[in-house]
Design a protein around this ligand. Structure first.
Ligand SMILES: *[C@@H]1O[C@H](CO)[C@@H](O)[C@H](O)[C@H]1NC(C)=O
Ligand SMILES: *[C@@H]1O[C@H](CO)[C@@H](O)[C@H](O)[C@H]1NC(C)=O
Ligand SMILES: *[C@@H]1O[C@H](CO)[C@@H](O)[C@H](O)[C@H]1NC(C)=O
Length: 426
């Protein structure tokens, strides 16, 4: 709670609740000036409408997999899941969606399908019906005729109520566990990754998100990667020049549909590096370089996002120098460097009693707050409706246990995670 309060300006606190104290959660929830957007960037900082620094410390909440419904709702209510992350002091969620959800809305005359149909399609008649009934028991505001998008709406509303920023991420085109180089979702033009469906889907969700007060940013595409089973596409298109063309199209689609959210750009090789963008070198095989002028009217909306899963690295010094070279250098500037806010929108590891004490996790726990860089851990989950064909899949990297009722690694949460949140947001 404290880190979030620290982000509110004193002026707005006294203006909103002149006669009331203490600031009960209910009053804070009704505050008209949260999230105090739209956010813009200024150099390496993200600023709210009062010009105060904002960053994210939060978690990924998947909603892009086969069912296309945010995970965990057969075990817990939306409210209690949001309370869990709020209890850590976190202030952001990266909520993922699949373009397929929007494709199906268009294919269905503009109407989304019901959660009943979605569960049965993904899990089969018997299990789909059983899991739906579990969802309805835990979340009685829904019914069988509730649509998937209405579940996203309910998640967005609860995030706003508890003052958690919503970063909406396009994770995949075809709804499934992500990511491999051979899954048909890898690169623009891959089997399931239609450029036209993608820009249409981004625009649809950006426009829809106008009704979500918590929506502060959107990620154009999770983990672009080499289409290794598609040699022709790989040869002709997997490069920085094409990346730039598509990122500009995606950014334009989002901005035209909704000019408010920040727009996050992800890099090559599973979003592990953005070096040419940051260092201003040629976007090969062409010779053009990254230019803010190519994002007319919204150059101050762009944020860089990187992922890192160098889980077996042996030295923190190596990890830090890798991260700077991969793109975090954009926070520091220097000769020829394009300065941007940079966030680590995914990192994660096995949630047990010891992994968090290792080099990788402890290095990130110090590096990211020291850089005042935002981050979102993978993953706010305990299990998935279905992953890679296995139903009720156990997620060993999940912050939560199987039924999403308690922390999977209480020693990590109390020994490091809460401190990392506090040090990032203070
Ligand atoms: C943001 O915070 C940093 C230090 O944490 C400070 O140097 C910078 O001036 C701040 N920017 C604004 C606009 O408050
Ligand atoms: C249906 O759910 C049960 C219980 O979770 C599971 O054991 C079974 O494998 C599921 N069926 C299919 C087809 O996955
Ligand atoms: C694009 O969306 C349409 C529905 O509007 C769908 O029929 C088509 O399969 C989608 N394309 C891809 C590559 O998924």
């Amino acid at each position: 709670m404290k880190p979030v309060l620290a982000l509110l300006s004193l002026a707005s606190l006294s203006a909103a609740a002149p006669n009331s104290s203490p600031f009960a959660q209910d009053e804070l929830s009704r505050r008209a000036d949260w999230p105090n957007g739209p956010f813009v960037t200024s150099g390496r900082w993200i600023l709210d409408a009062s010009g105060k620094n904002v960053t994210y410390a939060g978690a990924n909440w998947p909603g892009h997999a086969d069912v296309m419904i945010p995970e965990g709702l057969q075990y817990q209510s939306i409210e209690s899941i949001v309370q869990k992350i709020k209890s850590l002091g976190m202030n952001a969620v990266r909520l993922t969606f699949a373009i397929q959800m929007v494709d199906e809305i268009y294919a269905n005359g503009g109407n989304d399908i019901t959660i009943q149909k979605a569960f049965v399609q993904a899990l089969g008649q018997a299990n789909g019906t059983r899991v739906l009934n579990q969802v309805l028991a835990k979340n009685p505001q829904f019914s069988a005729t509730t649509t998937r998008l209405q579940v996203f709406d309910a998640v967005a509303a609860e995030l706003a109520k508890q003052q958690i920023y919503l970063h909406l991420d396009n994770h995949v085109s075809k709804a499934m566990w992500c990511c491999s180089s051979t899954d048909g979702n890898s690169w623009w033009g891959d089997t399931y990754f239609s450029v036209a469906n993608w820009t249409r889907g981004l625009a649809y969700m950006a426009n829809h998100g106008k009704s979500w007060p918590a929506l502060t940013s959107m990620g154009l595409r999770n983990e672009p990667r080499e289409p290794t089973n598609n040699a022709a596409l790989d040869r002709s298109s997997y490069n920085w020049q094409s990346w730039y063309e598509y990122m500009r199209q995606g950014a334009a689609a989002v901005h035209a549909a909704n000019p408010a959210p920040l727009i996050f750009l992800s890099g090559l090789s599973f979003d592990t590096f953005l070096t040419p963008v940051v260092q201003g070198t040629a976007l090969t095989p062409g010779s053009a370089v990254f230019s803010r002028a190519d994002f007319p009217g919204y150059a101050d909306k762009l944020v860089l996002e990187l992922h890192n899963y160098e889980n077996s690295i042996g030295s923190c010094a190596s990890l830090q120098s890798n991260l700077l070279r991969d793109g975090f250098q954009a926070l520091q500037g220097g000769s020829g460097i394009n300065v941007f806010p940079v966030m680590m929108t995914e990192f994660g590891f096995q949630m047990d009693a010891s992994t968090w004490r290792g080099v990788y996790a402890s290095c990130l726990a110090s590096f990211l707050p020291a850089q005042k860089a935002g981050w979102l851990i993978w993953v706010l989950a305990g299990s998935y409706y279905i992953r890679s064909g296995i139903q009720d899949y156990e997620e060993g990297w999940g912050l939560l246990n199987h039924d999403w009722s308690a922390w999977r690694s209480p020693s990590y949460v109390d020994g490091a995670l809460k401190t990392m949140v506090r040090n990032t947001l203070s």
